[in-house]
Design a protein around this ligand. Structure first.
Ligand SMILES: Cc1cc2nc3c(=O)[nH]c(=O)nc-3n(C[C@H](O)[C@H](O)[C@H](O)COP(=O)(O)O)c2cc1C
Length: 251
């Protein structure tokens, strides 16, 4: 079975260099190692509406907007992946608006660590400022939803050359995967510890019954409560989501 890489590219520019560099890097990875299969979701080509802040996702476990736009396809592609790239240009020292809309729609997964059992990378393009902030932010986006971030590839138009960037990123990617063990790190274990104690935290915060009901019952499931670590949770999570192969990740 192939190792599936999914890239989410957050640019609205039809000639997006972020999209170009992401696609070319993934193509290069496929050439260097044929065990990989790649897919790119260029958000410009998808209908992704703004989050309206209704909080149904937190309380009931679904997003009412999913049935009106393409977000279900994106969630499904994420679930089917082994490795996830988030790619964004730097706009005003931050991620692009398109990427932020994606972030807001996926945010409820950060309270569930839904994508545990996947490895992550980020790709950032900029003229030459704000890239550090965006790198840290997208790394946090991945960690919060349960993805173990392994590396970030930053392209600055002022300093970098396209061919070298693609080659270096592809080689660094393969080295990162080869040297990685497991789905976990310290940050993910800490988040998981927090959510295992979620009941008590919600009680302390005087969260009303019914509010956050879905999250409450999610973390109360026996199979999750039995997990002694995020690593154990991540491996089980993949199986619960029906993803049979682990994509050749060293465990
Ligand atoms: C609205 C806007 C804001 C930008 N802000 C920054 C910035 O803060 N720092 C920077 O280095 N480059 C900035 N840039 C340049 C882009 O990050 C850069 O051109 C990027 O590679 C564009 O990627 P794209 O073609 O995929 O959209 C900005 C570009 C635009 C259009």
């Amino acid at each position: 079975m192939k190792r599936k890489i999914l890239a989410i590219v957050g640019s609205n520019n039809k000639n997006s260099i972020t999209n170009f560099l992401t696609r070319e890097t993934l193509k290069r990875i496929e050439t260097l190692d044929e065990s990989y299969e790649t897919k790119v979701i260029f958000l410009r080509d998808y209908k992704v509406d703004y989050c309206v802040g209704c909080s149904t996702c937190f309380d009931k476990g679904f997003c009412p907007i999913d049935k009106c736009d393409d977000f279900t396809k994106i969630r499904r592609a994420l679930l089917e992946s082994h490795i996830v790239f988030f790619a964004s240009p730097v706009y005003f020292h931050n991620i692009s608006g398109v990427m932020k809309t994606f972030a807001d729609r996926i945010f409820s997964s950060s309270h569930l660590m839904n994508y545990a059992g996947r490895l992550g990378f980020t790709m950032i393009t900029a003229m030459d400022s704000g890239q550090e902030l965006v790198r840290e932010y997208m790394k946090k986006m991945q960690s919060n939803i349960g993805i173990k971030n392994l590396d970030s590839f930053v392209f600055t138009k002022k300093k970098d050359t396209i061919e070298e960037f693609i080659e270096t990123s592809a080689v660094r990617f393969l080295n990162s995967i080869g040297n990685n063990y497991g789905y976990t790190n310290r940050v993910l274990e800490d988040y998981f510890g927090y959510y295992q104690n979620y009941h008590n935290i919600l009680i302390d915060k005087h969260i009303a019954v019914g509010q956050l009901e879905h999250e409450w019952s999610y973390w109360n499931q026996a199979w999750i409560k039995e997990c002694k670590s995020f690593q154990e949770f991540a491996a089980k999570n993949r199986r619960m989501q029906g993803v049979k192969s682990n994509g050749g990740i060293n465990l």
